[in-house]
Design a protein around this ligand. Structure first.
Ligand code: 6PG
Length: 616
């Protein structure tokens, strides 16, 4: 395509010959009336062109493959031309007005006079979905570029954002035999990122795109574009840039830690325009992204059909099963990832609390704590405990690295969202929230330094205490997971996601940060009773909690007696005690509310009828 005189007939016929397909000269299909109108120096309007474009579309639809030379100046013309075509590709020959004008003047025997060139330029809507070729080059070079573009082996999938995680995930995808296009916005200092990456991993099948249009154009349809960029506004901006380049049914996959309500909004907006949007939780850090993450995608069944096979290849495996499940529609995947992170915060905080009790109450050294953690029962075996053991043992010179680290933790939002959403949904997640609060309290460093001492004791580290620490840890960890699963169930019910809880437990068994031998226990409970409303109703889970609660209480009391804070242990215990109590003192709260605000209360005998008492 291109304005009259751009050389499209010459290039098109050479191209068709090289590719061994038919060549269609668009001008040949103009009705006589159009030719006469142009010959007399009048430009065609939309109505004149419509039957011509429809005729061309008919010709295209009835050929297995061909090259067509046609001006196709407007987007609406290109839509008419390509209606109902399975696949097509636009090559846009473009050049300066003066150059084309000169060429047109020297051309004889064409019904289009050079005087009409301006109207062609005026009508031209530069296509966003085309490969643009500069016509100031020789015809040979143009044909060479055009051939390369058409025969280019399109990539199966595209990955945008070559940060640490993006690079690892791209390598993982390409390593499974998928040709992968990669692109990174050329921020200052990052102009060479794509080139360097593709060169470094030349043994893998990568296509390094030069710009966004080239990136999109290099993908086979329906296009699958994975965004590995910072959550937040950057995602909306990138969607805005990509959308004009996409075709119907193309999909954008957001693999960042996006807030699930943003994902719901983006999914609806994309759907309204005929695209697919997949919110995909990915866990496992850099190493997981490269060697097998745990993946939580959600979106339409159409997107699932194309994307899931690739994801199954790249995901971590647990007992041979890929750690990926299509979690549900719209925001379900990012919601599940958010809960994963909430549990992650609690798991990390609980390990820190154990470490704190071991060093401050029992006076153990880092190496002794590492040995103790290593002796834990198999149910605790998992990623976070393993890395904590490594951390406890890591020395630089004569000092432990851990001892040099400032005790202030930041966060990127997912743990906070978990607590906030839980409150909004009316679901209690106190153990997870305690972990979040402790990160906040950690930031009061100056206040803590002003007020605090760091008491240390040397209580005998008996085998009884060791058993209590381990079993108390079991109780509290299990509690954090139970809260997380409860919240997923509530969100699934509220949003009609139909999340399969056994599947979620299954996909967390490998690859992710919270992977541990505890996950299969939840998986069995959800598999045994698919309608399980709360994990406390599982006999197996309740019996573990009942056997371990006394240990959690013992550890918690000991910690507090020794002025050591263990907020997650406390929260877990309080939840258990509250939920396993048929009568809470909330009758007093109801009475108080009624006393000062006439809020009314209900009675045990007749809960259907609100009552009010004149209290004073
Ligand atoms: C993962 C991690 C990862 C990241 C979290 C936590 O599953 O791979 O959860 O996504 O570490 O965002 O980060 P913050 O602790 O900084 O909130």
């Amino acid at each position: 395509m291109g304005v009259s005189g751009c050389g499209k007939s010459t290039v098109g016929s050479r191209l068709a010959e090289l590719l061994g397909v038919a060549f269609l000269e668009g001008d040949d299909f103009h009705p006589e009336s159009n030719k006469e109108k142009m010959s007399s120096g009048h430009s065609l309007n939309d109505l004149d062109r419509q039957p011509w474009l429809e005729k061309l579309n008919f010709e295209l639809r009835n050929r297995p493959s061909c090259v067509l030379s046609c001006s196709a100046l407007k987007e609406s013309y290109r839509n008419l031309l390509t209606a109902d075509l399975d696949s097509y590709c636009f090559l846009h020959l473009e050049g300066e007005f003066d150059l084309i004008h000169e060429r047109m003047k020297s051309r004889s025997s064409h019904f289009m006079p050079a005087s009409l060139l301006k109207s062609q330029f005026d009508a031209l809507e530069r296509p966003s979905q085309a490969y643009h070729i500069d016509i100031s080059q020789s015809i040979d070079d143009i044909v060479k570029i055009a051939t390369a573009q058409i025969t280019m082996n399109k990539s199966k999938i595209g990955l945008l954002g070559l940060g640490v995680m993006g690079k690892s995930l791209a390598r993982n995808i390409a390593d499974k035999g998928n040709k992968t296009s990669v692109y990174n916005l050329p921020f200052p200092g990052e102009e060479e990122v794509v080139k360097d990456f593709v060169e470094k991993f030349e043994d893998l099948s990568f296509y390094g795109a030069t710009d966004l249009g080239d990136f999109v154009n290099s993908l086979s349809k329906p296009r699958m574009i994975i965004l590995m960029i910072k959550a937040g506004e950057a995602v909306d901006e990138m969607i805005g840039k990509l959308k004009p380049l996409l075709c119907e049914n193309d999909m954008i996959v957001d693999a960042g830690n996006s807030f699930y309500k943003d994902t719901q909004r983006r999914e609806a907006e994309m759907k309204a325009e005929g695209f697919h949007f997949v919110g995909m939780g990915v866990s496992g850090g850099e190493e997981g992204a490269l060697n097998g993450p745990s993946i939580m995608p959600a979106g339409t069944a159409y997107a699932q059909k194309y994307l899931l096979p690739v994801l199954r290849d790249i995901a971590a495996k647990a007992k041979g099963e890929p750690c990926v499940q299509w979690v549900g529609p719209d925001g379900a995947g990012h919601f599940v990832k958010m809960i994963h992170n909430g549990i992650e915060y609690a798991d990390m905080q609980l390990i820190s609390e154990l470490y704190e009790v071991c060093r401050k109450v029992f006076g153990l050294s880092n190496a002794e704590i590492a040995d103790f953690f290593e002796s834990f029962d198999s149910i605790h075996k998992g990623y976070l405990l393993e890395i904590s053991i490594d951390i406890l043992r890591k020395k630089e010179g004569n000092s432990y690295v851990l001892d040099t680290i400032l005790d202030v933790a930041g966060h990127k939002g997912t743990g906070m969202w978990t607590s906030r959403e839980a409150l909004e949904m009316g679901i209690a997640v106190p153990t997870i929230t305690a972990a979040m609060n402790q990160r906040i309290i950690s930031s009061y460093k100056e206040l803590r330094k002003t007020l605090g001492s760091s008491p240390k004791n040397n209580i005998d580290f008996t085998t009884d205490w060791q058993r209590s620490l381990e079993n108390g840890f079991l109780m509290a960890r299990m509690q954090a997971h139970i809260e997380g699963f409860h919240l997923i169930q509530a969100a699934s019910d509220k949003n009609g996601w139909n999340v399969n809880m056994a599947s979620v437990s299954s996909l967390w068994r490998g690859g992710c940060i919270i992977r541990s031998a505890m996950l299969p226990v939840f998986m069995s409970s959800f598999t045994e009773d698919t309608k399980l409303e709360h994990l406390y109703l599982s006999k197996t889970i309740m019996s573990i909690l009942q056997n371990s609660i006394k240990h959690a209480v013992a550890v918690n009391s000991l910690a507090q007696e020794n002025s050591v804070s263990t907020p997650c242990f406390s929260a877990a215990i309080q939840y258990f005690l509250s939920v396993t109590t048929s009568e809470l003192p909330i009758n007093m709260i109801q009475a108080q509310r009624d006393y000062f605000g006439a809020h009314t209360y209900r009675t045990n005998e007749d809960p259907g009828t609100p009552r009010h008492t004149i209290w004073n």
